[in-house]
Structure formats: C-alpha cells, structure tokens
Design a protein around this ligand. Structure first.
Ligand SMILES: [Zn+2]
Length: 251
C-alpha cells in the first residue's frame, strides 16, 4: 500500500514502524513547517530534512519515502523567492515527485500569489502538484482554487486533496487526480467508501495526512480492510491504495 500524503517529519519512529506492520511499503511525505517561517532557510532546511533524514528513518522500516516540497499556505511569508529557486533546483535534479502541498487556507492575497507562482513553475516544468483544500470555508475555497488552477496549470498535473462528500461534485469532472484523506477530524473510512461507491475507483488516492494534528497512521490499511469486508473488487482496492498513486506520480 501507498499512503499518498503524510508528513513523516512530524511522526515518531514508532509510527513508521506501525505503518510498515500495517502493510505500507511506500508513502509521499509533503512539506509543512509547524511554526513561524522567519527566513527562507527555515523552509530550505526543512526541505533537506525531509529529503535526507526522513527518507533514511522511513527506510529503516522499509518504507520508501517519496518527497513533495512546496510552500504550504500556512507557511507563506514575504521573502519567499529563494525558496522557489530551491524548488526549481530540486525539480531539475529530480529529487521531488511533486510540488506540495500547496494551496489556499484563507484566500488571503499573499497566499494566492505564492500558490499561483508555484503552479506556474509546475506547469512550465511539467511537475505534478498536490493541492491542499482547507477544513474551514471548504466549498468557497475549493471554487476559488479551481479558478486559479484553470488559469495557471494543465489539470492533468493536479492532485487535489482532502476532498470529502461536501465538495466532491465540484472536482469530479475537472480532470484532476483526487486525494481522499482519512483522518479523525477530516473524514472517516466509511465516508471514503461512500465516495468510492458513488464515483468509482479510477480517480482517487487514499492517504492519512498524518501530521501534527490528530492522525491515524493506519487509516489507509484500515480503509482497505473496510473495502474488503464490503466486498469491493480486489482490483479496485489496489487502484485507490496503490496503483493510482504510482501511475500519477510515476513512482
Ligand atoms: Zn498535509
């Protein structure tokens, strides 16, 4: 199984161990810095930590860590340009599988500006993006996010994440890959199963978004178990828990 979106740097070695015991062999770790970003090196050092230190920690438990890096909406700050330069270098060196996670949290103009600039880099370099959608004001922000995506990037490069029952209709026909986050304060395994039953298995990728918030590192294996108990086809389960992520990000 692949957990298509989490934050390895926020979790303990015991969590990596649990993921491995639960059958996760691969994961995508996205950047998000949990405190104030006062200068560019705070983020570029955070990037290096994920690329090197976290990959090693994960591999000790035989989890292959793929890395997505970008400026998370909670990390916007004025002197961000050197961080964008660093992201371009990492793309050229093929060190990251996507720019992410990026997106909007409040639709503040600075957020929109940094989000747009990262989309343009992705579009120009044909790099995938992992786009965050927030818990608060979700429908309006998903609509605004779609507008910005339409203007700035090929939809085939976009994975839109944390989609739930309230907003799935907004994104299902947009040509994006769609992330379903099963996390205590976001969505249950049952709700994810309802979405899959209603919309099919082809566009979706399961993830735990395990982070500093309340999380369940086993939410992907638990959802897979629920799908099996409810007699979903093995082939379909394989798509949402592995193949769709592998094919989209070319892992
Ligand atoms: Zn996340």
């Amino acid at each position: 199984m692949i957990d298509s979106h989490f934050h390895g740097d926020s979790r303990s070695v015991e969590d990596y161990e649990k993921m491995s015991i639960g059958g996760i062999t691969e994961a995508i770790s996205c950047s998000y810095y949990p405190y104030e970003v006062v200068k560019p090196s705070v983020l570029t050092t955070h990037f290096k930590r994920i690329l090197h230190f976290e990959k090693e920690r994960a591999w000790k438990e035989r989890i292959k860590l793929n890395v997505a890096l970008g400026i998370h909406p909670a990390n916007v700050f004025p002197k961000y340009k050197p961080v964008l330069e660093e992201i371009k270098k990492l793309i050229n060196k093929r060190e990251i599988v996507a720019i992410g996670e990026i997106g909007l949290e409040t639709m503040d103009p600075e957020e929109v500006d940094i989000f747009t600039k990262q989309l343009l880099i992705a579009d120009e370099t044909e790099t995938k993006v992992i786009v965050h959608t927030p818990r608060q004001n979700k429908l309006n922000i998903v609509k605004k996010t779609k507008e910005i995506l339409t203007e700035n990037i090929d939809p085939k490069l976009v994975a839109i994440d944390h989609i739930n029952l309230t907003v799935v209709d907004e994104v299902i026909d947009e040509g994006y890959q769609i992330g379903l986050t099963i996390q205590p304060e976001k969505m249950t395994s049952n709700e994810a199963m309802t979405i899959l039953h209603n919309y099919g298995f082809n566009k979706f990728m399961l993830n735990s978004d395990s982070s500093y918030s309340k999380s369940d590192v086993l939410s992907v294996p638990k959802t897979v178990r629920l799908l099996k108990i409810n007699e979903c086809k093995e082939k379909d389960i394989e798509k949402v828990s592995k193949l769709n992520t592998k094919n989209f990000f070319k892992l």
